[in-house]
Design a protein around this ligand. Sequence first.
Ligand SMILES: Cc1cc2nc3c(=O)[nH]c(=O)nc-3n(C[C@H](O)[C@H](O)[C@H](O)COP(=O)(O)OP(=O)(O)OC[C@H]3O[C@@H](n4cnc5c(N)ncnc54)[C@H](O)[C@@H]3O)c2cc1C
Length: 392
Amino acid sequence: MKVDVLIIGAGAAGLMCAITAGQRGRDVLVVDHANKVGKKILMSGGGRCNFTNLGVTPGCYLSANPHFAKSALARYTPWDFIAMVEKHRIAYHEKELGQLFCDESSKLIVRMLMDECAQAGVRVEANCGVDRVRKTDEGFSVHTARGEVHAQSLVVATGGLSIPSMGATGLGYELARQFGHNVLPTRAGLAPLTLSGKHQERYEDLAGVALPMVEARVGKRSFRAGMLFTHRGISGPAILQISSYWQPGDDLRIDLLPDMDAGAWLQAQRGSRPAAELKNVLADALPRRLAQRLCELWFDSRPMRQYREAELAAIGGQLHDWPIVASGTEGYRTAEVTLGGVDTDGLSSSTMQSKLTPGLFFIGEVVDVTGWLGGYNFQWAWASGHAAGEVV
Ligand SMILES: Cc1cc2nc3c(=O)[nH]c(=O)nc-3n(C[C@H](O)[C@H](O)[C@H](O)COP(=O)(O)OP(=O)(O)OC[C@H]3O[C@@H](n4cnc5c(N)ncnc54)[C@H](O)[C@@H]3O)c2cc1C
């Protein structure tokens, strides 16, 4: 079979690239080894797909080259995707911090993309694995489960390694290496952190305890959002965000009360409730079980009148700068994204085309561009897919 464009991977980036290229009149085939297309879209955002973020800027992405994402993001903005969502009359809402979710189901986003593909004359084949790619004089020859496909342009949109049970494979990285590209080391991002040994024992029975707002910090990077204790460690949006910046051995600090001056608050409590025990006072600002545990581990718990001013100031300081020793992340099994990947040095930032092999493109998560939690990763998938789709 001969086509103009073969796209490997019918996920967010691959389908957007297919739509853009199909609308230009290109003959496009998308193949995916999974039994259903857009599986990650379906499971995203708790089934409601956080499809973009109104606050997207290049600074919301991790990459060895922080400038790489600028061009594609500028040329396909959240508003471009919102226009498509509105054209298909999909109801959506802003949850928080510019995060846009479907009101009903992420199935509607997959249906929208498939309808757009059909209108643009794009063929999409699920259950169609790929096992060999060769460069030919005319382009590429790709051995698929449906036979040999000859294509002028080949787009690799195979995503990252997270959630292998959803169809993630390392094919994209293998193809990159096959064509001489550098692949930067990959690791799980937006993943819960694990604790081990005594650090785990201290907190494991707090599993299920949630804090609505903390500030998690690694070096100069910090995120304010919720946090949750799990059986294995800590999770919640603030932890998922900081996990992308944390590496084993890094110092992780949590401000447990980022919206108040804890020292001053404790002094005031000592004045107004001198007989109250510290653990009960802290339980007004923190979950009770955590307040109790912090007292057992660090502060001891006496009536407030027995604490000197300097002691309360020190306790306040510790609440704003609580060290937690993580041992790792939960890994690809639960990670939302894969950090690292195809080195952007080998790609054009305006088209995603290989600088080494004309006609070869890498888009979406397989590339070393990883967004924060909150719709940023889909926006990169749409934007990079669109950038390639305009030229394939
Ligand atoms: C649980 C979860 C929830 C998420 N929620 C959100 C969210 O709400 N908002 C957000 O912005 N991001 C979210 N993400 C991240 C987002 O899903 C990804 O960043 C995005 O899907 C990447 O798009 P992609 O097209 O590059 O890759 P994918 O969407 O992963 O698509 C890659 C496709 O390639 C196919 N493929 C892989 N290997 C092969 C092979 N060997 N042969 C053929 N086909 C292959 C796969 O089957 C898959 O269909 C979430 C991720 C997870 C895991």
